[in-house]
Design a protein around this ligand. Sequence first.
Ligand code: MEV
Length: 441
Amino acid sequence: MTRTSRIPGFYKVSVPERHAMVGDATAATEHDLALALEDGGLDAETADKFVENVLGTYALPYGVALNVRIDERDYVVPMVVEEPSVVAAASNAARMVRVGGGFHAEVDAPIMIGQVQLVDVPDDVAATGAILSARDELLSIADAAIPGLVARGGGAREIEVRSLEPGMLVVHVSVACGDAMGANLVNSVAEGVAPRLAELSGGTVGLRILSNLSDRRCVRVTCRVPAAALATDTMSGDEVISGIENASRFAELDPYRAATHNKGIMNGVDAVVIATGNDWRAVEAGAHAFAARSGTYAPLATWRRDGDHLVGRLEMPLALGTVGGTLRVHRAARVSLQMLDVSSAGELAAVAASVGLASNLAALRALATDGIQKGHMALHARSVALAAGTPTAWVERVATMIVEAREITVEGARRALRVLGESAARDVEPRRTEVTADAEE
Ligand code: MEV
């Protein structure tokens, strides 16, 4: 196995051929992939054990981002997403970043926060003092609630008390969660320490639950892209850098734009989070709360010129797990982790954040140059071709035809199909062509 994420021509070959290529390039074999991705990786019987009132399962496309290099290591990154162009755009941007040496990541220790709300506290100051004085006892009670995690080297680390209003305190218990996302562990801790907190404070216990603002568990990713790698057919790399810097300033100054800017980042992050069986609602909640931490909603990633390079930086909380959680029984989630071959949840967070930064770069470069619609419409043409009932072997061909005819509609696709049908009747083989070759390299 040659571990590389650079696989030229990947988009041109069939799905089984892609399995073989990824099998050659990663720790997941061709056989593993075929088996894991059958039925979308989850049958109805297993799904019935996950949630309630199951009628079936709901499939989404499973693709891979190529060209991703982080701290001198290559990753073929699984992405589950329904939006056309997200995977191609991330792969394309990762190729540009690769020219500048790839992504560099720094990940915090996996600390999650459990919150215990105390109400009707008679004396906030006295209660705070009593709780902080009992720190060691409280950490022991917390650890007793999670013996398995403590045996693996994790456990409760710190106690903090915050006063929210007179008579209402909230106690934070920080827990090192190892390679778990940590929700169940932290909830057990919060419930475990609550009775003693009520005694110490003289108040009544309210809520006991983790916080999804996991700001002790952040990941920071940077990249440096040379101007030449950013140039388009009509704009120099230098002009593209200026455009992306202006786009970044726009998001920094305007929450309306920051929301869309961050949506573009989450296109990449969520796709990896879902592919690896993690809780994307938790990640979304944490990301947006973090983006608003100054009181003004801000971009999670920013871009600046540095000489003839563009420098991107992203910082966000990412509470991901590589162990535990019901989704570990999902075959596709398991094969995703096998393919990535990460040694920790922190490494997985570095991968997801890098794909987020790549997605952001791709979106800003498109917006600052041709506009987003050109590439989107070309890829949207495939979905339209499928909706028109085009056989899969002809989808690329029909998509190309309706883009060229500027008629990206189901009716246009049916017309293209009729033309192709007539050619087939004259013994012309359907063949694969490219809609936007550049978009998927
Ligand atoms: C679309 O899914 C995402 C974008 O709107 C992100 C952005 O505007 O930066 C293109």
